[in-house]
Design a protein. Structure first.
Length: 122
């Protein structure tokens, strides 16, 4: 009985497929709007793909300014139109009681060009 249970648990153990490739998904405007991962199940030799699309972020005027990649652990990664990481967003449950529509705290990193430009004397 114990041996059968052990074999059953061993057969149900999690197996992590090996990632073979990752490539950006680019739309007609040249914006990186997601990525595609290709995996290999080494037990069966089966290749599979997973496509992750980003969420468009717009400024108050409606202009597209960035994309948000949902991430694990209650947050997301903010990417510019070229797919480069420019910030992060964390879901903060403490403010949900006062502001249930809040998407959390977003932090955008200044680019090196803008950071260098802001330190120049006027």
């Amino acid at each position: 009985m114990i041996a059968a249970l052990g074999l059953a648990l061993a057969g149900c153990s999690g197996f992590e497929p090996r990632q073979l490739d990752s490539e950006d998904i680019v739309n007609a405007e040249g914006h990186v709007i997601g990525h595609k991962h290709t995996f290999l199940d080494e037990r069966t030799g089966l290749e599979s793909s997973r496509v992750d699309l980003y969420i468009p972020l717009r400024d108050p005027s409606g202009n597209l300014v960035a994309y948000e990649e949902p991430a694990a652990k209650g947050g997301s990664i903010i990417r510019d139109l070229n797919g480069r990481v420019i910030g992060t967003r964390w879901d903060d449950a403490r403010g949900k009681g006062n502001n249930p529509g809040s998407r959390g705290v977003g932090i955008v990193y200044p680019s090196r060009d803008s950071a260098a430009g802001s330190s120049k004397p006027q």
